[in-house]
Design a binder for this molecule. Structure first.
Ligand SMILES: *[C@@H]1O[C@H](CO)[C@@H](O)[C@H](O)[C@H]1NC(C)=O
Length: 502
C-alpha cells in the first residue's frame, strides 16, 4: 500500500526516534536504583495501613491498634484489614483489589522476592484474613465496608483515636453487589494461589470462600453502587464500570486457583457478555478488563491450543499492551508525560501507572515462556522491550523524573514529606497519647510542616500531566497514598530486584 508522503516522513521520524531510543537502551544498563530496597519499603507500607490489633512485629512502629470493635454492633468480628488511603475507612472494593494484586505479585513474582517473600505473604494474609471473615461470618452475606465515610471525612483523626460511626455495610441476595462480591472472590482465589504451597490448608479455606462469594455475586446480580449502599460507597468507590468486569475476572482467578473446568466453561459461555470483546485501556480498582485478558492469555500461552476460546484474550491483551508502547501507532495510544510517566487522569494518576506496569512485566513473562511476541502496528515488539518500558515507569517512580523526586516515601534523597494521610501527618500516639479530636486535627492537615511520621514505602498519587508535583497535604490528588497504588508495584519491583544487574 502506497502511503501519502507526509505519513512516510512521519514514519521515518518515528523510526529515527525508535532507533535513538534503542541506542539509549543498549547496552543493558546497570540498575539505576536499589530495587530490593524499594521492594522492601513497598511492603512495609502495608503495615502502616493495617487496621485492628497489630502484631508485636509490626514494622511501622508509630502505629497502634485501631478499630478493635469493628463489627461488634452486628455481633461479627470485622477487625483487621486495611485502610484504603489517607482516611480511616475500610472500603471493600479497593481492599479486595489490593489483595488480588498483592496475591498476583506473590504468585507470579514471589520467586524473585528473596528475603521479602515472607513479608509479602504477610501483606496478602492481612487482607485475605479480613476478607475471609467478611465473606464467611454470616451466611449469604458479604460485609463490604466498615465506617461511615462522610462522617470520617469530616474529621482529621488518627486511626487510633477515631470516634466517628463504624457503620457496617453488607451485600446480600436482596441487596446485591456483584462487583464487590466478585472482586472479593478474585482476591480470595488469588490468595489461594499465593498460599498453595506455603500453607495448603489455608489455601483451600480461601478457595472455598472464594467459590461461595462468586456464587453470591453471580446468582444475585447488581452493582453495589446502584442500591441502598450507593450513599456510602459513592463517590468514594462507586462501581463506574459496572459488575460485569469483576464477574469475568473472578471466574478467571477461580480457574487459576482450582483448575476446575466449570470456571473455564463459565468464561467461554459468558466472556463476551462480560466485556471480553471490549478494548478498554485502563486497569484499576474499578475496571478489571485489561487484567482479566492478561490473566486468561496466560492460560492460552501456557497450554496453547488445549484451552480453545482463549485466543480472544491473547488478541485483546496484545491490543492493550500495544496501546502502552509509544510510537507503535496503536488504535488508541496511551498518553505519557513529557518525562515519560503513563498518564491517564488528573487525580491519583500513579495508580494507573503502577497497574499498567505490573501487566507489562507479567505479560512479557507469559510471552517469553511461550516463545511468543506481540505485533504492534506492524512491528514485532519483543518481551524485553515491554520490560524496558515497565522499568522506565518504575525508575520514574523512584526518582528518575523532571521533578527530581522519588514518589516513594523514604526512598532516595528527596521524597514527598506532606502526605494527605491522617496518621502520617499527626504526632504518633506513643509520643502524644492524649486524644486529638475530630476538628482539632485539621491544624495538621493545613500545616505546612513535614509529616510527623514517615509512612515508609508509600507511593503517592503523583505528578500532573506535565510532570509537575506540589508537596502539599491539601492536594490529595498528588500527595495521597493508596494501597492499590503500591500493590501492583510490589510485583514489578520484585521482578527488577530479582533480575537487574548491579
Ligand atoms: C467445580 O466447581 C463447581 C462450581 O462451583 C462445583 O459445583 C464443583 O463441585 C467443582 N468440582 C470440583 C471437582 O471441585
Amino acid at each position: 500500500m502506497a502511503l501519502p508522503k507526509s505519513t512516510n516522513r512521519r514514519s521515518r521520524v518515528l523510526a529515527a526516534a525508535a532507533a535513538l531510543h534503542l541506542l539509549l537502551l543498549a547496552p543493558a544498563p546497570a540498575a539505576a536504583f536499589n530495587y530490593a530496597d524499594a521492594l522492601a519499603k513497598s511492603i512495609i507500607f502495608f503495615e502502616g495501613q493495617r487496621s485492628g490489633k497489630l502484631p508485636p512485629g509490626n514494622r511501622m512502629t508509630w502505629r497502634g491498634d485501631s478499630g478493635l470493635r469493628d463489627g461488634a454492633q452486628h455481633n461479627v468480628d470485622l477487625t483487621g484489614g486495611y485502610y484504603d488511603a489517607g482516611d480511616n475507612i475500610k472500603f471493600g472494593l479497593p481492599m479486595a483489589f489490593t489483595t488480588t494484586m498483592l496475591a498476583w505479585s506473590v504468585a507470579d513474582f514471589g520467586k524473585f522476592m528473596g528475603a521479602e517473600l515472607p513479608h509479602a505473604r504477610a501483606a496478602v494474609r492481612w487482607g485475605a484474613d479480613y476478607l475471609l471473615k467478611a465473606a464467611t461470618s454470616t451466611p449469604d452475606t458479604l460485609y463490604v465496608q466498615v465506617g461511615d465515610p462522610n462522617q470520617d471525612h469530616r474529621c482529621w483523626e488518627r486511626p487510633e483515636d477515631m470516634d466517628t460511626p463504624r457503620s457496617v455495610y453488607a451485600v446480600t441476595k436482596d441487596t446485591p453487589g456483584s462487583d464487590v462480591a466478585a472482586e472479593t472472590a478474585a482476591a480470595l482465589a488469588a490468595s489461594a494461589v499465593a498460599f498453595r504451597r506455603a500453607d495448603p490448608a489455608y489455601s483451600s479455606r480461601l478457595l472455598h470462600a472464594a467459590m461461595r462469594a462468586f456464587e453470591l455475586a453471580d446468582r444475585h446480580r447488581g452493582s453495589y453502587s446502584d442500591g441502598s449502599l450507593g450513599g456510602a460507597v459513592c463517590p468514594f468507590y462507586c462501581s463506574y464500570s459496572g459488575y460485569q468486569d469483576e464477574l469475568l475476572w473472578a471466574a478467571a482467578w477461580l480457574h487459576r486457583a482450582s483448575n476446575n473446568a466449570s470456571f473455564m466453561s463459565y468464561v467461554r459461555a459468558n466472556g463476551l457478555q462480560l466485556g471480553a470483546g471490549d478494548d478498554d485501556f485502563s486497569f484499576s480498582w474499578d475496571d478489571k478488563r485489561a487484567g482479566t485478558k492478561v490473566l486468561l492469555a496466560k492460560g492460552f500461552l501456557r497450554r496453547n491450543h488445549n484451552l480453545p476460546g482463549l485466543e480472544l484474550y491473547k488478541a485483546h491483551s496484545d491490543s492493550y499492551i500495544c496501546s502502552l508502547v509509544p510510537g507503535t501507532a496503536s488504535f488508541q495510544p496511551s498518553q505519557y508525560t513529557p518525562g515519560g510517566l503513563l498518564y491517564k487522569e488528573g487525580g491519583s494518576n500513579m495508580q494507573y501507572a503502577t497497574a499498567a506496569t505490573f501487566l507489562l512485566v507479567a505479560y512479557a513473562r507469559y510471552l517469553r515462556s511461550a516463545g511468543a511476541g506481540v505485533v504492534c502496528g506492524g512491528r514485532e515488539v519483543a518481551p524485553a522491550e515491554l520490560v524496558a518500558l515497565a522499568r522506565r515507569q518504575v525508575d520514574y517512580v523512584l526518582g528518575k523524573n523532571p521533578a527530581g523526586t522519588s514518589y516513594m516515601v523514604g526512598f532516595g534523597p528527596r521524597y514527598p514529606r506532606r502526605l494527605h494521610h491522617r496518621g502520617a501527618s499527626m504526632p504518633a500516639v506513643r509520643e502524644h497519647p492524649g486524644r486529638i479530636g475530630c476538628d482539632e486535627g485539621f491544624r495538621y492537615l493545613h500545616s505546612g510542616e513535614p509529616d510527623a511520621n514517615l509512612l515508609v514505602g508509600a507511593v503517592v498519587g503523583g505528578p500532573d500531566a506535565r510532570d509537575g508535583f506540589v508537596d502539599d497535604r491539601d492536594g490529595y490528588g498528588q500527595t495521597e497514598p493508596a494501597t492499590y497504588i503500591n500493590a501492583p508495584l510490589v510485583g514489578a519491583l520484585a521482578y527488577f530486584a530479582g533480575t537487574a544487574k548491579y
